[in-house]
Design a protein around this ligand. Structure first.
Ligand SMILES: Cc1cc2nc3c(=O)[nH]c(=O)nc-3n(C[C@H](O)[C@H](O)[C@H](O)COP(=O)(O)OP(=O)(O)OC[C@H]3O[C@@H](n4cnc5c(N)ncnc54)[C@H](O)[C@@H]3O)c2cc1C
Length: 537
């Protein structure tokens, strides 16, 4: 080494202008939109409970478990060392930690144990928050949540299973599963080819295959098979030698959760509901999990928006914090609007599930399909934009953005992909004529609050009338009509309940001509107020 070279300092670099991690805060307190929605929709009595959970899911311990579970993905152990089939899935202990958390906090069971008004709303708040930690463990929570009303369609089966499905004890509760999709079709379940043969005493044996089977460690599950009377819903149990896991899927997202291909070989099962009317009975399971799919996406949206706002507040470029620069403020405000609209939609729908009122039932049937379509459709573009707010940091797996970017896409496939849901809305409009008036009446509660909203409502009414006049070509324009209905309900909710800046910006950015990318809010919206509300920290 040359004696004339200047002396160096020991450190190779210093870390500056990197935001601290967003951790150890309260995910409910930081989110006034969720807090207000819970109170408004009947869940005020559960706020302390949800708040407590908000601290857990945003805590360092929980986030560390999520990180580990994502890295150590499940393994299939098909055989033991001697060659015997065992069909087990090995989860990382951190995945068990998250599943245990959900079960013990009654994320899968609260409304079936706590029979108070607003229980579905409180539980939706818990589910929203658990999705902010990781959506992987949420899927089994959702399946059990839905399994109770599905099982209740058969009093004897419900008596046998309900108590264990809802036990808040991870060691002794019964996990449920739903195994419908086959290789040749998942949307069109009537095409299932699995065969059921009667073996007496009301029992059948099922033989066939299933192409997607999530969390195949359940104890009891719903499935579909063909009898002489047609497609029929069955309840079966595992472990059983007649239930075999073929392989685990290598998935885009939800990687900490196992999804498998499975086969049945003379697997014993009992009928749930009526023979030959299986799809009518599994609809109950799909309704509740559809509510959850929307709420899950709303929760994931919330997490990535919080991360984006946090980063932009703590990162400077060209001499100023990103969040204070107009182009970024526009993006953040636009993302925050989308997230708040999704949260408000999910909580309003959850309230509809708390009610026995016929008008609420009519609203629920149509609004659930409309809002599931739109909230899930918006998830992936929102996550992409939120990731971009972190620049290169967003693209690496150490930040949660890459995970959420992958995970959020599941909302578009689960419980009805876009076209299937849009066509379901058309079906509901035709078959249940009380739905559209109930939906429009809810939207119209904001009539007169904003001229852009009133004009949008007029367009929605015209579009619905046009559909009714020309049902043959309705499918072609279904997506646009559903989108406009969804925007009408979201605008109505925000105009009625959110601060004026939020309702105004939503009308300006979504109803009054809109750009195709986020960050295109027109001049004059109060981005500062919107972004401040997006993360109260
Ligand atoms: C991670 C993951 C976990 C899953 N877990 C489970 C599980 O536990 N249990 C289970 O049973 N299934 C599960 N599934 C399967 C899922 O429910 C199906 O993938 C879904 O229902 C779609 O079915 P498909 O894949 O057969 O697609 P298809 O039904 O073939 O649909 C393909 C495309 O065609 C569109 N389409 C369908 N019909 C029409 C039409 N009439 N007009 C226009 N477009 C149409 C759809 O919208 C979709 O975009 C899981 C899937 C994933 C990705």
């Amino acid at each position: 080494m040359s004696a004339t070279r200047p002396a160096r300092t020991a450190a190779t670099h210093e870390v500056s202008n990197q935001p601290p991690p967003l951790v150890d805060y309260n995910a409910l307190d930081a989110d006034p939109a969720l807090c207000e929605a819970l109170a408004r929709e009947g869940g005020e009595w559960g706020l302390d409970r949800v708040r407590d959970f908000g601290a857990v899911v945003a805590g360092a311990e929980a986030q560390d478990h999520a990180r580990r579970a994502q890295r150590n993905i499940p393994l299939l152990r098909s055989h033991d060392r001697y060659g015997n089939r065992i069909d087990q899935v090995e989860y990382d202990p951190s995945m068990h930690w998250m599943l245990r958390l959900g079960v013990e906090r009654e994320v899968n069971s609260l409304p079936w144990r706590e029979r108070r008004g607003g229980a579905h709303v409180v539980r939706a708040g818990l589910f929203h928050l658990l999705n902010q930690l990781d959506t992987g463990p949420c899927c089994p929570m959702s399946i059990n949540y839905a399994a109770v009303p599905t099982m209740r369609q058969d009093a004897a089966l419900a008596a046998e299973w309900e108590r264990r499905l809802t036990l808040p004890d991870y060691e002794t509760f019964a996990q449920a599963g739903m195994v419908f999709t086959e290789k040749q079709g998942g949307s069109d379940l009537r095409a299932n080819s699995t065969v059921a043969e009667p073996i007496g005493d009301g029992w059948f044996e099922l033989t066939g295959h299933k192409w997607f089977c999530t969390h195949p460690v359940f104890e009891v599950f719903f499935t579909l098979a063909q009898t002489d009377a047609g497609i029929t819903c069955f309840v079966a149990q595992r472990p059983h030698p007649g239930f075999r896991i073929q392989r685990l899927k290598d998935k885009l997202g939800g990687r900490c959760l196992a999804s498998a291909e499975v086969e049945y070989d003379h697997l014993p099962a009992r009928i749930l509901g009526e023979e030959g009317r299986g799809t009518a009975f599994v609809v109950e399971q799909l309704i509740w999990t559809r509510l959850d799919t929307m709420t899950a996406v709303a929760g994931m949206m919330r997490r990535v928006v919080a991360e984006a706002v946090w980063h932009a507040r703590h990162r400077a470029a060209f001499g100023a914090p990103l969040a204070e620069q107009p182009a970024m403020a526009n993006v953040l405000a636009d993302l925050a609007l989308e997230s708040e609209a999704a949260t408000a939609s999910a909580m309003r729908l959850a309230r509809a599930f708390d009610s026995d009122e016929p008008a609420e039932a009519a609203f629920r049937r149509l609004a659930l399909a409309v809002m599931k379509y739109w909230v899930c459709k918006r998830g992936a573009p929102l996550a992409a934009e939120a990731l971009e707010c972190l620049g290169g940091n967003g693209y690496v797996e150490e930040a949660p953005m890459a995970q959420f970017y992958r995970d959020i896409q599941i909302g578009t496939v689960w419980e009805g992909s876009g076209n299937v849901i849009a066509l379901d809305v058309l079906r509901a409009l035709t078959r249940e004529p009380e739905g559209a008036p109930a939906f429009l009446a809810e939207c119209e509660l904001a009539a007169g609050a904003d001229p852009r909203f009133d004009a949008h409502m007029a367009r929605v009414r015209d579009a619905l009338a046009a559909l009714a006049c020309d049902p043959a070509s309705a499918a072609w324009s279904a997506r646009r009509v559903v989108e406009d209905m969804a925007l009408a309900l979201q605008a109505s909710l925000l105009l009625r309940y959110a601060p004026a800046a939020v309702g105004d910006a939503f009308c300006a950015g979504r109803l009054d001509g809109r750009g195709l990318a986020f960050g295109d809010l027109p001049r004059g919206v109060d981005a500062t107020a919107i972004v401040q509300r997006a993360l109260e920290l």
